[in-house]
Design a protein around this ligand. Structure first.
Ligand SMILES: N[C@@H](CCC[C@H](N)C(=O)O)C(=O)O
Length: 287
């Protein structure tokens, strides 16, 4: 059986998108996803995203496998790409510019703007230790500016869940961080029972942050949407930034707002289609 795919990226955070609307189970296994994401022996991507039928009254369901085959609850750049992919799949019959998407992090709503950018209602940030989850602070406390020993150094970290876990550290200079060495040590630190995404943030101005990220299950990526949202929330909680800011990532810029009105986080950024292809002689997990 041949499986068609479309490659998209959001600021260089790249994904293989698969039309999975005729089945409620992903047609690719986590093991197959690892192979497809391989940049030398596969297509190359940070993850594989499936467009599945909606659940609980939503328009569609998104599931995603990281490049290591693990399944995260949410992906910010990925859901913008999914919105572009769904618009493409619906073609002439498309009668809406926003979609209610069921994810493991709840219902998330991306909206395609007239300029082609996608604005996403990312929902409410979760701040309690048990919601991250982390054992760093006893539940039900929030984890704000807490010391954490990693690689023989004490880091001051703030933890935020956007459905998936994020551990944020504010630093003087993001370029000086040895991400490849320190990233995995944060990801696998015993205080994070479900591992963690790790963001290093340099506050350039109260409305402009520079970010580098080590993603759980994917390593260094050029951008992380949930990470940018979590970092802005961490910046507000620690008094370092405004509720609306531009986040500069190696792959480009995201606009993030933590609304004072509804307390939800909004993310705006691009979703770019790269190419389509066909996986021939591919044995589907769910024929
Ligand atoms: N790149 C994503 C996040 C993808 C999931 C992450 N690796 C995890 O395991 O939580 C984004 O843009 O949010």
């Amino acid at each position: 059986m041949a499986i068609e795919f479309t490659k998209y990226h959001g600021l260089g955070n790249d994904f293989i998108l698969i039309d999975n609307r005729s089945s409620s189970l992903p047609i690719v296994t986590p093991e197959q996803a690892i192979k497809l994401c391989d940049r030398h022996f596969g297509i190359g991507a940070d993850g594989v995203i499936f467009a599945l039928p909606g659940e609980n009254g939503t328009d569609y369901t998104m599931r995603i496998f990281n490049s290591d085959g693990s399944e995260p609850e949410m992906c910010g750049n990925g859901i913008r790409c999914l919105a572009g992919f769904l618009a493409e799949l619906e073609g002439e019959s498309r009668n809406q510019d926003s979609y209610r998407i069921h994810t493991l992090a709840g219902v998330i709503t991306p909206q395609i703007l007239p300029n082609g950018q996608v604005k996403v209602d990312m929902g409410l940030p979760r701040l309690l230790a048990a919601e991250i989850p982390t054992t760093l602070t006893p539940a039900p406390e929030k984890v704000i500016s807490q010391p954490l020993e990693v690689a023989g150094q004490t880091w001051e970290v703030t933890c935020v869940s956007m459905g998936n876990p994020h551990c944020i550290t504010f630093v003087e200079d993001v370029a000086a961080i040895e991400l490849e060495t320190i990233g995995p040590k944060f990801e696998h630190h015993p205080v994070f029972p479900q591992r963690t995404n790790t963001e290093f943030i340099q506050v350039v101005r109260r409305d402009y942050l520079k970010m580098r990220v080590w993603e759980r299950g994917a390593g260094i990526t050029l951008a992380c949407g949930t990470g940018a949202c979590a970092s802005l929330v961490a910046g507000v909680l620690t008094g370092k930034c405004d509720r609306t800011a531009t986040v500069e990532l190696p792959g480009g810029l995201l606009q993030i707002e933590w609304s004072e009105i509804d307390q939800r986080v909004y993310m705006t950024g691009p979703a770019e289609r790269v190419f389509t292809g066909k996986l021939s002689q591919f044995s589907s997990s769910n024929p």
